[in-house]
Design a protein around this ligand. Structure first.
Ligand code: ZN
Ligand code: ZN
Length: 346
């Protein structure tokens, strides 16, 4: 038996501003950052604003010159990854909007809207990259890869079916399960693509595009954290769903997702890209699947994959933690805008 989730009403005069539940709660729908249900919501809001970026800030001149000099295999893998990301980010903004409708908490609704906006920017960046380096016909072909590529189709349907179940039958159980697919989309399905681009960057290839990929990666890390928090709060408030069946579902879904991601990795990376071995990428995917399952509060699905086998990737991934100055192409003025609001210490 599974509880339905109800849509948040536009206005509820009899409810408090601070909501009484993450779903099926009471809330006026007024947003006051000083009076919200979850203490982690405001710091996330600040971080999302601090990370704000747009593709226009990135100068593509060097990549435009360099793209034709890449090997045929490199060009193909580059375009395949962009095509894949374009699909995932497109459906992601829609999913975020659908989840937002059912969260009875105005601050989490606000975070979902910012998340969805960031997905729109990610999507824009793929058009921006493609319109710089290939002609219009090729760009359209890349945006249609998902229709024709069998491996890609299988992978995408895996996630989109999980989203559809929730969209068509919005229950607590389907929301929880759809969040597992969300964490896979934002926190695992991008990762062989990220590895490909960071490998390009460390070989001084397509650095402008890789910079954009880095900003996208940084946003996605926050998105995954946000959905993992929502998942945990849902279970805290609806403990009857914390079942062995759900734990098994999480485990099986991550195992299947890692298999699909590895299959895709074999196609775009295989052993044909200099500096990237497929066995390393495979271990990396299993390591990331473990990390995501733990983030959601579950056991690791892959025993023995506790360390990142591609240590070098960290330097490219964690740019905002001051671990590298590799991607310093854009001014960081957004992050410096200091905010003196009184609710800053929340
Ligand atoms: Zn995205
Ligand atoms: Zn995202």
């Amino acid at each position: 038996m599974t509880k339905e989730v109800k849509k948040r009403s536009i206005m509820n005069e009899n409810a408090p501003n601070r909501s009484t539940g993450i779903v099926n709660g009471e809330c006026s729908n007024i947003l006051n950052w000083d009076d919200v249900r979850f203490s982690w919501a405001y710091p996330k809001y600040k971080k999302m604003l601090a990370n704000f970026w747009t593709p226009f800030e990135i100068n593509m001149a060097h990549d435009i010159k360099q793209f034709p000099t890449l090997s045929e295999v490199e060009q193909e893998s580059f375009l395949k990854v962009i095509g894949l990301l374009a699909l995932l980010d497109s459906i992601q903004s829609d999913y975020a909007g659908k989840v937002a409708d059912y969260l009875t908490d105005s601050s989490l609704n606000a975070l979902m809207i910012i998340l969805a906006q960031q997905e729109v920017i990610h999507n824009h960046s793929y058009s921006y990259v493609l319109s710089s380096i290939v002609n219009k016909a090729k760009q359209e072909e890349v945006f249609d890869y998902w229709r024709t590529d069998e491996i890609l189709r299988k992978r995408n349907e895996f996630v989109t079916n999980g989203y559809k179940h929730f969209a068509e039958d919005p229950s607590v159980e389907n929301l929880l399960k759809s969040i597992v697919y969300d964490v896979i989309l934002e926190g695992l399905f991008f990762y062989s693509g990220f590895a490909l681009f960071y490998n390009f960057a460390r070989n001084k290839k397509m650095v402008a595009t890789s910079t954009m990929i880095n900003y996208i990666n940084r946003d996605e890390q926050i998105h995954v954290g946000l959905f993992a928090d929502i998942f945990k709060e849902l279970l805290n408030e609806n403990p009857e769903y914390r079942t062995e069946e759900l734990a098994q579902f999480v485990n099986d879904t991550f195992v299947k997702a890692a298999e699909l991601e590895i299959e895709w990795g074999r196609k775009i990376i295989g052993n044909k890209i200099d500096g990237l071995s497929m066995s390393e990428v495979e271990s990396y995917i299993k390591f990331m699947a473990n990390r995501r399952a733990s983030q959601m509060g579950y056991d690791k699905p892959f025993e023995g994959y506790d360390k990142n086998p591609m240590r070098w990737i960290k330097a490219y991934q964690e740019v905002d933690e001051g671990k590298t100055d590799f991607f310093e192409q854009k001014s960081r003025q957004y992050t410096k805008a200091s905010d003196a609001n009184k609710f800053d210490d929340l």
